[in-house]
Design a protein around this ligand. Structure first.
Ligand code: IPT
Length: 927
């Protein structure tokens, strides 16, 4: 796609035109079609290998390319992307698509990298985002969300009118990357076919002409058989499968509690589409994302995904998540996630590759090497004692795919009788293999192999193929040759025999064996036989095979020189298979010699050491002047509403729900005035914050205490409220008879519930105070204040309404010279700590930096972390188990001065743990 764009630019430049933005109507057009087997582009069958990526969880557009290149290097040919309405719209009618919201840039980057996009604009997206992607202002719009009610319809039409034209001009049909358009999300209960149909009609009217899909959850039949081809049915129904569930604490013991993970075929005329296939997990029980990575680790990935390939015949997959990212600001839905959305994915939140990534790469390269897999039917599979088997065959080529799966936890050794051959097979516990027979491998014919195919390449006048199997297990490969070929074993131990037009190689998978097969009227074949690890040490990017780097981003060959863009995590040897004599890496020439395998061999340097400054010289300033009776709140909003659209009935009047007054993110302050009697003994206050929230209470400037905010995530919540304990004792003498008393309450709203079941009440559930009374007092008059203004760069979800946030204390330009240097003890209430630090990271190197809090996670206070004004996380025992907070380039100035501001909200006097900077990974190279 990149080359095409460059060519187009040249053509247009010659014609005196310029290319503005993405592909225009003049760009090459392609046809996207499908049948029961697969998607097709210009009639060519396509195996869609997609990884989910949320641009809104990486507030650094320059790093989007890094993730996309890493996905592509693992063999993916697509990304699947939710577009978050809430992220772009802070208020009705207001939309922002600039900076970190520049989705046009995202789609352009996908085009440049060469990845298709499955576009998922919702309007409802779930995804553990606040409100499931609904902007909080939608809570004040009448009409049931996710239905065809008028108010909601007008609101989502506004969103689609903004996002659809962007997606439309980036469609494959117009020379762009958008291949599929996904409406809604797991819309399975409380459904309204007219709404589902209108989403599609609106998309079509807006110029969407690629196939429309949706992701079904719990009732996979919903948008097909129930409504047939009637209203709401989509062309290609997708199905979500999460066989390992989300109980990360059970990693290592749990196995498929949510089913076999075999994607259902929903429509006879459409391919099987695994729209979300589990590739990680949310951390429901605070086990930490490493546990989630283990729950969905290499074993799971092999067993379930390979099983699904053969058992379901799916030819379109999207793995959720490929890279999770960060719930920065108030993006997250608080009941299921904390700041990190690492997800235990193959690429970590700090953008590092894991062992799981290597497994995705093994599977991804395999899928790329076997085009016949795009059209298969189930076929009879040979039985193998002790193992599960299943098979599919391509009716045109006769290529067969045979699944061998070991459901036991221990290794199984058996015999496979397959197409007239007898092979020994050994499979480790919970492992799976997809074997291939009758496949054209470049100039060779693979008859059968008990090794898995990793990848193939055609450097110059020969073929290279890499096969692999678990270390120490037997392998055999049979190739067809009309006469005996010449066999040269370059490395390793391999025995060869020839009979009846077939060459059979027998070996034990170990290290990397290399066999050169030539003569017999074929192109020479370099066959490499490896293990999981030695196979995965190869990169096959843009047709160039490379071993020894930690990543290859792209490769090109011009005039006998192969130019790689590649990363190295350490110094070491590099080996390149290409039709070239010279090598450059990241623009630098690399001296090479030609090795025994006729490859180029050289040595590459690793990254330089990185020094990060200590964080010192903290300055401190306490705030919360709102707690003082004399504080001037004359410009605050009067809270006097008596009704709301929430199904939650307020415990007292007036309605104090913060969204009703336009305050949607983070902290909200309330000040209530009443005339004292002198007999007050108790203040009763209830708040709903979503999980992990709290509220702090002052009366006449005296701190009365704090409570955990109510959590109303359950569907029966509206009738079963539990908005916190909410009773605070009034010290004698604090309230004077006949005098005005002032109640000040700071509520930490954590974000909105999702609307997963389309029942409206969950998502509309209030945030902020829901009940406030002082027994003996007839009336309290209220004022409310939240976020002062939408940050034009960082957006509406970045800030709440703390005094320091309203006064710019989080911003790098704020002048804190008058602030004293102070210790780390803080009183109850809100205290800010600020410091500056210089960073100068090595050039031509990708260093990922994070902030780490050492020691036990404190209770009693929470910390909002602002880096150069970007709200990059929340830390504290009430929040979650997270101690490392990624500081992405962009928010982090990599060559310059940075400002770190910590807003400490303390329920009691505390000594704050201050963090330090750490290197979360460093490689020479980078995007
Ligand atoms: C599936 C959602 O579609 C997706 O948005 C995300 O929330 C994911 O779950 C969990 O991370 S719903 C599936 C668990 C039934």
């Amino acid at each position: 796609m990149k080359l095409r764009r460059v060519l187009l630019a040249l053509v247009l430049a010659v014609a005196g035109l310029t290319v503005l933005g993405g592909p225009s109507a003049a760009a090459p057009r392609h046809r996207v079609t499908y049948d029961k087997y697969s998607l097709m582009v210009d009639g060519q069958r396509l195996l869609l290998q997609s990884a989910e990526f949320h641009y809104f969880r990486l507030p650094s557009p320059g790093l989007w390319r890094d993730i996309l290149e890493k996905e592509k290097a693992a063999g993916f040919n697509a990304i699947s992307v939710y577009f978050s309405w809430a992220f772009h719209s802070p208020a009705p009618g207001e939309y922002d698509f600039t900076g970190v919201r520049d989705v046009d840039r995202l789609l352009r980057t996908a085009e440049e990298v060469g990845l298709y996009v499955v576009a998922r604009p919702g309007p409802y997206i779930n995804a553990e985002t606040s409100g499931g992607g609904f902007p909080a202002w939608l809570k004040t719009v009448p009409g049931r969300a996710r239905s065809s009610d008028a108010g909601y319809t007008a609101a989502y039409h506004e969103w689609l009118a903004h996002i659809n034209p962007i997606l439309a001009r980036h469609q494959v049909t117009r020379g762009g990357s958008v291949l599929l358009y996904n409406v809604e999300n797991e819309y399975a209960v409380n459904t309204d076919p007219a709404y589902m149909q209108d989403l599609q009609d609106t998309a079509r009217a807006d110029g969407i002409d690629v196939p429309i899909t949706t992701n079904n959850c719990c009732d996979a039949e919903s948008w097909s058989s129930t409504w047939g081809s009637g209203p709401g049915a989509v062309q290609i129904p997708g199905v979500d499968d999460y066989p390992q569930s989300f109980e990360c604490q059970d990693a290592g013991t749990t196995w498929g509690p949510w089913g076999a993970g075999v994607t259902e075929k929903v429509r006879d005329d459409a391919p099987v589409f695994a729209a979300e296939y589990q590739a990680g997990a949310i951390d429901l029980n605070n086990a930490g994302y490493e546990a989630c990575r283990k729950l969905t680790g290499v074993s799971y990935t092999k067993f379930f995904q390979k099983g699904n390939m053969v058992l379901s015949g799916a030819t379109a997959f999207s793995y959720y998540m490929g890279f999770g990212g960060t719930n920065w600001g108030w993006l997250g839905q608080p009941n299921d996630v904390y700041t990190s959305y690492d997800y235990g994915a193959a690429i970590t939140e700090a953008r590092q590759l894991t062992a799981k990534y290597a497994e995705y790469k093994r599977q991804g390269y395999f899928l790329r090497a076997v085009p016949p897999l795009t059209k298969t039917d189930t076929s009879a599979a040979p039985a193998v004692a002790g193992l599960e088997t299943a098979a599919r065959t391509n009716p045109d080529t006769g290529t067969q795919f045979l699944l061998l799966r070991n459901a036991a936890t221990t290794e199984t050794t058996s015999t496979l009788d397959w197409n007239g051959h007898t092979f020994p097979v050994t499979l480790p516990g919970h492992d799976a293999k997809v074997l291939v027979s009758n496949l054209d491998l470049g100039g060779q014919r693979l008859v059968a192999s008990t090794s898995e195919l990793y990848t193939t390449a055609q450097p110059g006048d020969r073929d290279v193929a890499i096969l692999y199997g678990a270390d120490g297990t037997p392998g055999a490969t049979v190739l067809r040759y009309a006469s005996p070929p010449k066999i040269k074993v370059l490395t390793g131990t391999v025995s060869a025999s020839y009979a009846g037009g077939e060459l059979r190689l027998d070996y034990t998978h170990h290290g990397l064996a290399r066999v050169l097969i030539s003569g017999a009227g074929h192109r020479p074949l370099l066959l490499m036989l490896g293990t999981d690890d030695t196979a995965a040490s190869f990169w096959n990017v843009d047709g160039v095979l490379v071993r020894g780097t930690s990543l290859v981003r792209s490769a090109s060959q011009v005039h006998g020189t192969v130019a790689l863009r590649a990363d190295t995590a350490k110094a070491g040897p590099v080996e390149v298979f290409a039709n070239a004599r010279k090598l450059t890496v990241n623009g630098m020439p690399v001296p090479t010699r030609t090795g025994r395998s006729s490859s180029l061999e050289g040595t590459l340097p690793g990254p330089r050491g990185v020094e990060l400054p200590a964080l010192a010289g903290w300055k401190q300033r306490a705030e919360a002047p709102e707690a003082r009776p004399a504080f001037d709140d004359s410009r605050w909003t009067v809270a006097d509403k008596t009704t709301s659209l929430s199904t939650f009935a307020p415990i007292t009047q007036p309605v104090l729900f913060s969204d009703e007054y336009g305050y949607h993110a983070g902290s909200v302050w309330y000040r209530g005035r009443f005339t004292g009697t002198g007999a007050e003994t108790t203040v009763k206050l209830n708040a709903i914050t979503g999980k992990r929230g709290d509220y702090l209470v002052w009366l006449n400037g005296r701190y009365l205490g704090s409570a955990a905010g109510g959590v109303q995530a359950d569907s029966d919540a509206p009738v079963n409220p539990d908005p916190g304990p909410g009773e605070f004792a009034v010290p004698a003498g604090l309230v004077q008879p006949g005098r005005t008393a002032v109640l000040s309450v700071l509520v930490q709203n954590m974000g909105n519930n999702d609307d997963w079941t389309a029942e409206d009440s969950r998502f509309r559930q209030p945030r902020g105070l829901v009940g406030a009374s002082v027994p003996g007092v007839a009336e309290i008059s209220w004022k409310i204040q939240g976020q002062a203004r939408v940050d034009p760069v960082r957006g509406g979800l970045n800030n709440g309404g703390l005094y320091g946030e309203r006064s710019g204390w989080s911003l790098p330009g704020y002048d804190d010279r008058s602030w004293p240097r102070a210790g780390l003890s803080v009183g109850a209430g809100v205290t800010w700590l600020r410091t500056g630090f210089p960073v100068d990271l090595p050039k031509n190197q990708d260093t990922s930096v994070a902030l780490r809090f050492d020691g036990e996670i404190p209770s009693g206070y929470r910390v909002l972390i602002y880096l150069n004004g970007w709200n990059l996380g929340q830390y504290g025992a009430a929040i979650g188990p997270q101690t490392d907070f990624v500081l992405p380039a962009g928010p982090l100035r990599q060559h310059g001065r940075n400002t770190l501001a910590l807003a400490v909200i303390a329920e009691r006097p505390s000594t704050v743990t201050t963090p330090r900077l750490i290197v979360a990974g460093s490689q020479r190279g980078g995007a």
